[in-house]
Design a protein around this ligand. Structure first.
Ligand SMILES: [Zn+2]
Length: 658
């Protein structure tokens, strides 16, 4: 007779091992952090005795659920912005807020909130990917959960690194410090093919191989990602990652929504695990992953919640059900992914996908004691049929709820007993989270009231406060302005011809000015359009000063290259109205009396406003503006325009009252 620390008896023991052994009544013997024996109660009582024996009252005793992909600190951003397109959500909200708020303190609090939530829903292990991952590891270990903690690396500046070299260096330190921790497996996470350079992919793989730790990444989450990859590299994402050495490492690939059969085989051959994230893929309308085929090919497919900002919870019971239903609904085959298979994905296979299958994922002698108790007798799960013992799998997957989990143990330590959390103080966490939500609300409210700060928030190179001296004169389209430009004293430095498509956004509050999205299409001598450039300009409402001959000093407050689509800006800025103006522009850059001017001859076609001569020069002081305005007056005369036809409105204003 062997003496162990603890016996759990009188349970329906669902081992989730390779043979799918079920024992009822079954028992589990626990010694230290590990499982010493699993079997029928009679057998276990014969082999072991223990100072402590717990009667499980007929509940299901099974391995804890494995959340194979998440970003735990994002619990603090849950519900911040929803029902948006991925780019608006990510670039307009998540990234600006992350840049402002994500810190070691933020990630520790968010991690604790996530751990408390996950323990309550029966999760014992998870695979994370975020910034300040060492703080996430520390908070997770403090709570007592098991995790693969992957430090993000990407080509952009992040809250914890200005350059990717810094991320890689800190990841190396993190791995060295945590390599042999009993709960934490440190790991490196090149974020995705489209957010990393080939050098980042290679360096990350080399680091993972050097320390024999997993590598965690996102693969083919959206169709757009795959289309772009095919267009730029002539291949889909998996071969591209392979070309850059990624699969030399033990990889955990999140999403894999848009991969073909060849890519599935390639992942299988390389021993890469997949994290299927059904809620996130549905909420962000990314698509439905081919999990049925992946399972047929023998891939280790786990299930993940993804970050709580795109889900919005960490409830694995919901993911279990969605995994089964999506596979059935999308293949038209109700026998696809039966309950037992789905539960295997959320336990043993998930652990294998995370490359910690030797430690956890099933109740087997020698594995760590990571287990949960589930009550299968509440109203929503009654009655119970005993004819086929396997019907218990369907009860867990199709009817059980996260709140039916009563007890959770990780590494031999209880984290929850009879629904009471033992290692986290929920009150403290809730207070801390509410504090952050309040601060983030204020940050976003301030931003929402000012178009300028909304512009700044989405980043890129912003050039502030450019002043311009300008005159605009209505002319006949047949006026010989071009002949005027040939006069002595005027030197033409450059000439360009283009079509301009302007969209002016106006806002409820007139003081905001208007925002112009401009697309320039350059036209060559043959009349062909050669290249396109897009810019954003925030234009102030009033002219700053008027000079004789109605020459204006006006300012544009911000200029930026428009890196996103017009559709993005429309959804992000939510203007009260939008107006489109199209014109053909001949732009001459000239020198007159040692001063550079732009001379534009515009033909405004939509709406049909006719032709205009515009003379402009940028300026930085009122004195300089005075000198230039006199020169503009001279040029108006030299170019044969009638200065009494000078107008003081922009095309935008003209079009509004046309
Ligand atoms: Zn993710």
């Amino acid at each position: 007779m062997e003496t162990v620390d603890l016996l759990l008896t009188n349970a329906l023991v669902m081992t989730m091992d390779e043979q799918y052994n079920l024992y009822e009544p079954g028992a589990v013997a626990i010694q230290g952090d590990s499982i010493a024996g699993v079997g029928s109660e009679a057998e276990i009582r014969q082999r072991f005795n223990a100072p402590q024996v717990i009667d499980c009252g007929g509940k299901v005793l099974m391995p804890g659920l494995v959340n194979a992909h998440t970003h735990v600190p994002m619990t603090l951003l849950r519900g911040l912005a929803d029902d948006l397109r991925l780019d608006v959500w990510l670039m307009g909200y998540m990234m600006p807020v992350e840049r402002e708020f994500v810190s070691p303190d933020f990630v520790r609090l968010g991690t604790k909130l996530a751990c408390a939530e996950m323990i309550r829903s029966g999760v014992t292990s998870f695979a994370d990917m975020y910034y300040f991952e060492e703080d996430i590891a520390a908070a997770t270990a403090e709570v007592g959960m098991r995790a693969v903690c992957s430090q993000s690396v990407m080509k952009f500046p992040t809250p914890d690194a200005r350059f990717y070299e810094e991320s890689l260096a800190s990841t190396r330190d993190f791995i060295q410090r945590w390599k042999n921790h009993p709960l934490i497996v440190p790991s490196v996470a090149p974020h995705a093919a489209y957010t990393c350079t080939p050098e980042i992919l290679r360096a990350s793989a080399a680091l993972a191989v050097e320390f024999d730790v997993p590598l965690h990444t996102h693969i083919s989450e959206t169709n757009l990602e795959v289309e772009n990859m095919r267009a730029e590299q002539g291949m889909p994402v998996v071969p591209y990652m392979k070309k850059h050495g990624l699969f030399e490492a033990k990889v955990l690939s999140a999403h894999c929504v848009h991969i073909d059969e060849g890519e599935m085989r390639s992942l299988q051959h390389s021993g890469s695990g997949v994290a299927h994230c059904p809620s996130s893929n549905l909420k962000l309308a990314s698509g439905i992953a081919g999990t049925k085929r992946m399972m047929e090919l023998g891939l280790n497919v786990g299930i993940g919640t993804d970050g709580p900002a795109s889900n919005n919870d960490l409830d694995m019971f919901e993911e279990l059900r969605l995994t089964a239903f999506l596979a059935k609904g999308s293949t038209g085959d109700p026998t696809a992914l039966p309950a037992r298979t789905v539960l295997t994905m959320a336990t043993r296979l998930g652990a294998k996908a995370m490359h910690i299958g030797h430690l956890t994922g099933s109740l087997e002698e020698g594995k760590r004691a990571d287990l949960i108790l589930i009550d299968l007798n509440p109203l929503h799960n009654s009655p119970r049929f005993r004819r086929d013992p396997h019907s218990a799998y369907a009860q867990v997957v199709y009817a059980a709820k996260a709140t039916d989990v009563s007890d959770v143990m990780v590494n031999g330590q209880w984290l929850m007993r009879a629904h009471k959390l033992l290692t986290v103080d929920e009150t403290d966490i809730l207070r801390g989270a509410a504090d952050y939500a309040h601060k983030i609300d204020i940050f976003l409210l301030r931003r929402e009231t000012s178009i300028v700060s909304k512009l700044v928030a989405i980043g890129g190179a912003m050039q502030a406060e450019s002043f311009e001296i300008q005159a605009k004169i209505r002319i006949q389209c047949s006026d010989p302005v071009m002949d005027g430009l040939k006069q002595p004293g005027i030197e033409i430095l450059r000439f360009r011809h283009y079509r301009q498509f302007d969209t002016y956004f106006t806002f409820e509050e007139p003081g905001q000015g208007h925002l112009r999205y401009r697309e320039d299409q350059f036209i060559n001598e043959k009349g062909e359009s050669t290249s396109v450039r897009s810019r954003l300009t925030l234009i102030g409402v009033v002219s700053e000063h008027r000079f004789p001959q109605r020459v204006l000093l006006s300012r544009s407050r911000y200029l930026a290259p428009a890196t996103q689509s017009l559709r993005f800006y429309r959804e992000y800025f939510k203007p009260a109205s939008a107006l489109e103006i199209e014109k053909d522009r001949l732009r001459y850059t000239i020198r007159y009396k040692d001063t550079e001017f732009y001379v534009n001859v515009d033909s405004v076609q939509k709406p049909a406003l006719g032709c205009f001569l515009e003379i402009k020069s940028s300026t930085w002081s009122l004195k300089d503006a005075e000198t230039k305005s006199a020169l503009v007056g001279e040029l108006i005369t030299m170019l044969g325009a009638d200065s009494s036809e000078t107008i003081t409105e922009d095309y935008f204003e003209l079009a509004r009252y046309a």
